[in-house]
Design a protein around this ligand. Structure first.
Ligand code: ADP
Ligand code: ADP
Length: 228
């Protein structure tokens, strides 16, 4: 359901971030993207959620060629991809409830559905008792759970997570991974870039390794493979 064919990305300053990536990710896959800093992991993720465009090559998401998308199809493809960041990126002046509901408001979901679904996903991430808190009143792990709720609220087929545990302590990180696994069990594809060796080596999912913009490893039950 996600496919890259010979994808290259050179930034305007001449940095060659990706040099010919070809990969296929099936629905319900759980995929770790590993590799040294600067290898191209974030660029790989950004191409999937269309934050960046490839210099060359083709990317398909759910059968849509991202380079040939009609303008009016872009929101439709985008809402099918939930994104989670290392630094959470919550809206600081909105409550937990509002941060999540907002993602449904922007796609103009019916009001009744917004309330029902927002409360449902906040229950799934175990934050129903915090719905009226502001992000600053939450721990890092709680903030990331809000971000997860926001990412899944529109029922995307894929979650792209760029170092989601990068700012969290080990226990909290495991809580986040259990949630990601739960979401994956419900059929959502997870693509997660990480430097967390322990998590990758314990969970034994598919591992892609990128080095200097090239795919150097693609293993079904892979390991982290680096010492950092
Ligand atoms: P990683 O996520 O593995 O650390 P990135 O995808 O962030 O790697 O970066 C890959 C390469 O592209 C690096 O050399 C980085 O400096 C460069 N790069 C990333 N983003 C930009 C950008 N917006 N402009 C120019 N160069 C960039
Ligand atoms: P009910 O009418 O079913 O009792 P409420 O309207 O009290 O439901 O909403 C349930 C919870 O969701 C409340 O705690 C409320 O603060 C919160 N909530 C509902 N809508 C919003 C909203 N638009 N913004 C922030 N919080 C909301």
């Amino acid at each position: 359901m996600i496919e890259m064919q010979d994808v290259w990305k050179t930034y305007p300053d001449g940095s060659h971030a990706l040099k010919g990536i070809s990969v296929k990710v099936d629905q319900s896959d759980f995929l770790y993207v590993v590799g040294p800093s600067g290898a191209g992991k974030s660029t790989f993720m950004k191409l999937i959620y269309r934050e960046e465009r490839p210099t060359k090559g083709t990317i398909f998401v759910n059968g849509f060629n991202l380079e040939k998308l009609k303008q009016r199809k872009i929101p439709f493809v985008r809402r099918n991809i939930g994104v989670i960041f290392q630094d959470f990126r919550l809206l600081p002046k909105l409550t937990v409830y509002e941060n999540v509901a907002f993602a449904m408001e922007v796609i103009e979901a019916p009001k009744k559905l917004i309330k029902k679904r927002t409360l449902e996903v906040l229950e799934l991430v175990r934050l129903k008792d915090k719905i009226n808190s502001l992000p600053t009143q939450l721990s890092g792990g709680e903030q990331q759970r809000v971000a997860i709720a926001r990412a899944i609220v529109n029922s995307p087929s894929v979650i792209v997570a760029d170092e989601p545990t990068g700012n969290l302590d080990p226990d909290t990180s495991w809580g986040i991974m259990k949630l990601m696994e739960e979401i994956n069990f419900r059929g959502t594809t997870i693509i997660m870039a990480t430097h967390n060796k322990e998590i990758v080596n314990t969970m034994r999912k598919r591992v892609l390794a990128i080095e200097s913009g090239r795919l150097v490893r693609d293993e079904v039950r892979g390991d982290y493979g680096y010492e950092d």
